[in-house]
Design a protein around this ligand. Structure first.
Ligand code: ATP
Ligand code: MG
Length: 269
């Protein structure tokens, strides 16, 4: 498949119905083929990351959002481990601490954005402040309503300062989520992930879908576009994100910088 970005990128400001958006991509593709392809493009991701790192001019920010059990951890483990850890930083955003809550909602986010030369991966992000915060009424509507514009301004400021932003929603079906949450109860190696909050949040599925649709429409911008990835099949999800990340990184054309000094003057004895 070609043009992964085009296929899954949502045009700025477009409203989509997530219900109509596929959750099970990969028709016509075999799992083994997808895994093989990932092994080929993983090192290419690392190669371009190396140039980004050497160049020290721009940064790349990847935002991962999903319903519970949507596969954010899996994507980080399967896709972003191809990168050199020296230039890659993953940040997981949990329930804000009292100190975080004492600041504006973007305060903790800004501290975690990647430095020049780095790739930053957000496992959850500032979008929680218009998702769970909205669904669970953690602040007044007037407050979360303002956040869409505030997020757009913040993301535009980041891109104007050299940070390219790629946002992903891992889109799973309600049935797939049920199976994954049940698996957390069944499989001892997943018990540590089981959380009563997951069952509670699941009850609010429709409210979350509405909140996601608004975030896609109101915060899909030319400078920080959303990609909605069919995520029921893990192998397809991983490949799609790797391909889109690679296409995005490549399009920045990071270059090895010229030498800082006159190399002919350096004598190695
Ligand atoms: P997993 O999917 O593997 O369970 P997780 O990302 O859900 O991982 P948890 O520690 O289980 O990690 O959950 C973090 C919780 O913190 C989520 O329920 C998320 O919605 C919540 N959270 C994150 N940011 C905010 C925020 N700004 N305000 C309120 N809750 C938040
Ligand atoms: Mg959780």
């Amino acid at each position: 498949m070609k043009n992964w970005t085009k296929k899954f990128r949502i045009p700025p400001g477009k409203r989509i119905r997530l219900e109509d958006w596929p959750t099970a991509g990969g028709d016509g593709m075999e799992k083994s083929e997808a895994r093989r392809r990932l092994e080929i493009i993983g090192p290419q991701m690392a190669d371009w990351q190396h140039r980004l790192y050497a160049e020290q001019r721009r940064a790349v920010l990847v935002v991962l959002q999903a319903m519970d059990a949507g596969g954010k951890d899996g994507v980080i483990r399967r896709v972003f481990t191809f990168l050199n850890p020296q230039g890659c930083r993953v940040t997981s955003f949990k329930t804000p601490t009292p100190s975080e809550l004492a600041h504006d909602f973007l305060w903790r986010i800004h501290q975690a954005v990647p430095a020049r030369g780095e790739v930053g991966v957000f496992n959850r992000s500032h979008y929680e402040d218009v998702l769970i915060v909205r669904v669970q009424n953690l602040v007044r509507q007037k407050v979360w309503e303002q956040r869409y514009d505030q997020i757009n301004d913040f993301e535009r400021m980041l891109t104007e300062n050299g940070t390219a932003i790629f946002k992903f929603i891992l889109h799973i079906s309600r049935e797939e989520q049920r199976q994954r949450l049940e698996e957390r109860l069944r499989d001892p190696s997943k018990h540590w992930k089981a959380d009563p909050a997951d069952a509670r949040e699941r009850e609010c599925w429709d409210d979350y879908i509405a909140a996601y649709e608004d975030a896609i429409e109101r915060c899909g911008t030319p400078w920080a576009p959303w990609h909605v990835i069919p995520a029921d099949r893990k192998w397809f999800r991983d490949l799609a994100i790797a391909e889109i990340f690679l296409e995005g990184l490549r399009s920045l054309r990071p270059q090895y910088p010229p030498p800082k000094v006159d190399l002919s003057k350096i004598v190695i004895r």
